[in-house]
Design a protein around this ligand. Structure first.
Ligand code: ZN
Ligand code: ZN
Length: 84
């Protein structure tokens, strides 16, 4: 059994509303990619993530979203799909 992110694979849009203004938000890509190769885990401590949050075993793909209405930037968790 393997898991993959439907948004990363273009199978599904990250249809997420902005938590601040409920406006439409666009997907800016995976959180890992967004941070870039030179600061791969810089923000994790800042976000005070719980243990295992980032673990692949949770089968979630963290995406960075950007609100088109109020410019708010936030993370959303895409549940990965299983593939037998
Ligand atoms: Zn993804
Ligand atoms: Zn907004």
């Amino acid at each position: 059994m393997s898991y993959y992110c439907p948004v990363c694979n273009g199978l599904q849009n990250a249809a997420v509303r902005c938590p601040k203004c409920a406006g439409p938000a666009e997907d800016c890509g995976r959180f890992n990619d967004f941070l870039g190769p030179y600061a791969p885990y810089r923000a994790i401590d800042d976000m005070n993530l719980s243990n295992g949050f980032y673990d692949r075993a949770n089968h979630v793909c963290v995406h960075v979203m950007h609100c088109l209405a109020c410019e708010h930037q936030f993370q959303t968790f895409i549940h990965e799909w299983s593939q037998a």
